[in-house]
Design a protein around this ligand. Sequence first.
Ligand code: NDP
Length: 501
Amino acid sequence: MTSARPAAAPLARYDQLFIDGAFVAPEDGSLVESIDPATGRPWAVVAFGGRRDVDKAVAAARAALAGPWGRMPGHERAALLRRFADLYKAQARELAILETRDSGRALRESLADVGGHSNAYHWWASLADKAAGRTIPFDDSVHAFTSRVPVGVVGAITPWNVPLMAACWKLGPALAAGCTVVLKPAEQTPVTSLELGRLFAAAGFPPGVVNIVPGTGKDGAGEYLVAHPDVDKIAFTGEGATAKTILRAGAETMKRFTFELGGKSPHILFADADLEQALNAATNSAWTLCGQSCALGSRVLVQRPVYDQVVAAFAARAGRVRVGPPLDEATHMGPQAHAEQLAKTLSYIETGTAEGAQLVTGGHRLAGPEHAGGYFVAPTVFAGVSNAMRIAREEIFGPVAALIPFDDEEEAIAIANDTAYGLTAGLWTSDVGRAHRVASRIRAGMVWVNTYRFIRWSTPYGGFKASGWGRENGIEALDSYLETRTTIVSTTGRFPDAYAN
Ligand code: NDP
């Protein structure tokens, strides 16, 4: 720490959980300091829930299902969601600033992201009265039809990279479907999720429909939620290893699951692409969010005729990235969200060098006066990367681009699919036939052609292979918060006596 810095401001206090429509002190939880990743110093005190707090939140969510919310017509749920969306919009700048304080994400990114969430909540509102079943033709002795009913109580467990977005992607469809929710944000970034409690209360949601209980995952609120017999579904975003632990623990109570996990997405640049545009997308999608996004184009596959040109352009553009205080709107890239992630990124950079990849630029923690104490890393470019290297196979979650050369279409497809993951992929070409040929053979849940990271509330998002189960966004997401009930009504009321003779 430097003595030239101003004296620390008093810590902000987020020392209550949001349970059953009110902010309450933790019963058997604790108060924990939240660290500002731009300084490495605490900036807020946050309430973490214990087992009794989770029990209370789940009981409130269960009671809300049995109460007015459970009987509320879809159009009335829609009206509540719309009111919430409007309040969210009015509060978007403050929410974005808090998101930046807690996660370190550059404010210009937080503003763009959080500014769009109210559209998503409005879209979910528009679906709240449209979960229709269907009639099933059979014969005139029965009338058979299906109804869509809410799954029940949802445990929403979210990560630290995009807390408000991850919450939005779960709360929107869950509430549109008529579920109730206990939200557990990541222990490093709990503040903005707690803020949502105020907005849900102000919008007039009945108590218990949304409950917010920060806490630890392992040995804490996350684990309790997963094991809880009164939680019907876990909606999770985070690491694959955590998902497997959750799956095993949740199997005891036969929960439903959706998992949005990691990625190691291929971003393919063919030599016939509009390279200027492709570079805009490829550099930004390698470094955005300081590399902490599952959708990053972290493996940049470049056709050999333009490989050297692309490497040089990546290096030049890395030099233009302003890495610094995330609250400064001129800053492009903030710090890594926490100290463990910083250590993980630096360790992967060492691994890349040891594996024989060529470190073109970056590769170190930044230590200028504006970086003191913070978890800042320079945008990093590795060239000469083979797809067998660990930096091409494992999710780093840091601003590290791995540039892999290829010769032809077949090789590009083979490299793109040679990964445990299958979340997203991008490709740039001016040949429309090639665009379709390649896109149709990529094993990923979302493929972008001549664009990247175009993600909206209406476009289903989720992974093949180790990248997850199910989809968030799109009507597919609504489906995953609904059960199907089939009702068969006899038109005769007659039932033969099986034991008559
Ligand atoms: P985790 O999967 O550990 O955390 C995600 C969420 O799960 C957090 O709320 C966490 O709580 C909770 N959790 C952890 N363990 C359990 C458990 N046993 N039962 C219930 N909940 C649990 O991810 P990390 O934060 O550790 O990040 C590690 C790596 O995961 C990253 O480096 C990145 O590679 C990947 N990742 C991927 C994300 C994505 O968007 N797909 C997002 C975040 C991470 P707590 O905060 O207390 O740990």
